[in-house]
Design a protein around this ligand. Sequence first.
Ligand SMILES: [Zn+2]
Length: 267
Amino acid sequence: MPAIKCPQCGGEVDLKERVYFLACPYCHSALYLDRARSVLHYILEATIDPIVAEHNLRRWMGGAEMRRGLEELAVIESVEFFYFPMWYFHIKRTQQAIATYVEPAAPTSLSTIKEFKPPGGSLRFYEPTLAPPEKMIEPSIPYKTALGWLQQRIRYLSSPAAGAKRGKGKEEVSLTEVSLVHIPWYIFRYSFKDETYLAAVEGTTGKVFANVFPSKSEIPFDLVTIVAIVILFCEGMLIDGFLPRLVVMTSTALPLSLIAYFVAREF
Ligand SMILES: [Zn+2]
C-alpha cells in the first residue's frame, strides 16, 4: 500500500485508493492529497446566513458605480450555497509579515474570487461533520497549476524546493506553507433588464465578488456633453448680439439639461 508523510507530524499515512480527504492517524490533522504532495486541509465555517448574504448583495448593488435602480429592480432568480476549494499560499517577503494569497482549486467563472482576502484565524481542520459532502466541491485544479498562476502574479516567487530567490530589489520571496481550504460561498443568480448576472457572496466576510455586473456606462453622458458643446458653440458663432444669443442659448440649455437628467436616470 502506498504511503504519504503527514505535513504536520511527519507520520507515515497509508493510502486507500481514490481517497482525497483523510485524517492523520497520529496527530489527527485533516489532509488533502494532491498529485504532487499532501497538504493540510481546512474549512472556513460559514458565519452568515442566506438572508444576510442577500442583504450584502443588495447593498453592493446600490453602489455608486452601479446602474440606477439595480438595487430595487434586480430580481434574484436563485441562490446556491457550497464550500469551494481554494489553495492558500503563505508568502514571506524580506522584512514583511507573511501574507496569504489564494488561487481557486476548482474551475470557476468568477475569476475575481482570487482577490478574496482570507480572514485571520477561524480555520478548522476539515471534518465531514462540519459540512455535508454534497455541499463540498471537490478540488480538481492541481497544486502545481495553482502555483504557476501565483508565480505570474508574484514576481520572483520560487518553488518551495528551490528555497528563497533573490529578486531585483534584493527582495526575497518564498513560499512558507501551502494548504487547501474550503471556503463558504453563496452564489446568486439575478436578472436586471432582461440580462442575467452572477454574484458570489463570501460566507464569513459577506464580501461580494462578480466579474460582470450592470455598471454605469460613461458613453451616454459623454455623448450628451459633446452634443451640447457643439450646439452651443454653433449658436454662439451664428447669432449676433448679446441679448438674442442669451435667449437662444438659454432656451437650448433647458431641453439639453432635461436630456442629461433623463440619461443620468436611465443609465
Ligand atoms: Zn500527523
